[in-house]
Design a protein around this ligand. Sequence first.
Ligand SMILES: C=C(C[SeH])C(=O)N1CCC[C@H]1C(=O)O
Ligand SMILES: [Zn+2]
Length: 586
Amino acid sequence: MRALDDKTSKARNRRAIASWNYESNITSYNENVNLQVALEVAEEQKEYWKDTMSYLWHEYQDPDLKRMFEKYSKLGTAALPEDLNERLLQAVSNMQSNYAKATICDYNDKTKCDLHVEPEVTNIFATSNNADELKHTWLEWHKAAGAVSRGNFTEYVAMYNEAAKLNGYDSVAEWWLGEYEEPDTESQFSDLWAEIKPLYQQIHAYVRRLLRIKYGEDVVSARGPIPAHLLGNIWAQTWNNLEKFSRPYPDKPEVDVTANLLAQNYTALQMFKVADEFFTSLGLIPMPDLFWERSIIEKPDDGRDLVCHASAWDFYDGEDFRIKQCTVITDAFFKTTHHEMGHIQYYLQYKDQPVIYRSGANPGFHEAVGDVIALSVATPKHLRKMGLLQDGPDDTESNINQLYKMGLDKIVFLPFAYLLDLFRYGVFRGTTTNEDYNCHFWQLRDTIQGIEPPAPRSEDDFDAAAKYHVSADVEYARYYISYIIQFQFHQALCQLAGEYNSDDSSQLLSNCDIYQSLEAGQALSNMLSLGSSKPWPDAMEVLTGTRKMDASGVLGYFKPLHDWLKAENERNGEFVGWEPSTVPYC
Ligand SMILES: C=C(C[SeH])C(=O)N1CCC[C@H]1C(=O)O
Ligand SMILES: [Zn+2]
């Protein structure tokens, strides 16, 4: 096992270096080297795999050894014959490169056609109140980043499904769901959504009313879905840019730190240093020197093409861990910095595990670590401690405003994250074919998320690929699960930090800040250091004492807001829920 571990560590290290070089500087040379290294490593893995499978590991009694062999037995895409693996890698590389290089023309200045999704398109959606500008930008981005990738996506699905079958799965859908290691994972996901949906419908109805007032009845209907281009985000996945004009108590101060970050001349490096200090205040591991030397934390200004979408990297040598993000000094990026640093902390916590166990207990765990920390950072109490928020009232109205701001990020995100992989499960299983990609995508957006496209859509479009993770082959249920379990983790950590007691209604979970709690830090470390060496319920139990992913955390956290929204929607006679869209999209 030791020898296999070393070989696997070196192989993964080689792959990570080639991928990093390509994604941080997209040239045809770097793209080809990345492809070649991936193919070479796949051939090496095939050799190790034949040798590993020569052992009668199914008979082993030692559960740990058996778990390791079980994980090694999944060869992944390396199971493909080399020519099919090359086609798969090329298809993903084409989509990823297209997404990274995609640019559109500005609405106001038709000669300015160098707008990327980060930072320009993101900034337009954060600041514009011009429905026509937003519609133009939405349509242009979905054409440049989505429709173009339809052919490569179809090739990717075919090759990836071949690999799934060679790994013993009916399709990639079962492979992705298999990463959660429970036979009823798919119904667990659906049951969780059924519990959360009523809360989402309330915030959806409240926001739709205010958008109707702002843009008028003929743009935002009273009983229909909300047009996707009016929600402050190019994918309509989080709506926090609507907080300014829609918070429940507008006369109470807004809780957005962007202005203060800028006023205090925060740099990207300072945001990273502040995030690092929160983790070390819990007794967790500081970012190593190599991290500060090799990370890319701002968009390079040398005109290169690169993948700007934030990412955290493990180079599987126990020393080299990096973040790559095109940081902009905003409230949103302050959160993203903590999110990415949560990945690095997890890598550091399990770096002494066998390589095969150096991953999250399940994919949702990895996405939850940084967000759990950010739940404490985002409290007015903590932001004031950091001098990022003026002193202000700590009354019920302010708490509702705070919960609303959090809800525009966390509640709103859940149906989006859930449907993105419902869509791809259908594609991988063949119930959605390339004749109805866009029709089925918008049926899910309409029925589950209650949003509609700003203009008619057809199969000349392919809007799903305009989302990074679809173009870059990144599974997305991990975020859906993260946004549920992070509240279970937060509750456990807050109790350990003495910041929350379920019997004491005066201590709100949404006002808990675990900063400097060594007890909380130790409990978190005890869970993270396991990596994927144990089934995720064991890891969950170490921190929370429970073995289930359940919605009680998120529903408990937002209960005061849920009650307020119900009363407010009733008071306004607002229709809760939505009728099917009348915009043609099939
Ligand atoms: C920040 C990352 C890198 Se793992 C990310 O992709 N996230 C974090 C929130 C959800 C998802 C997204 O941006 O769509
Ligand atoms: Zn992440």
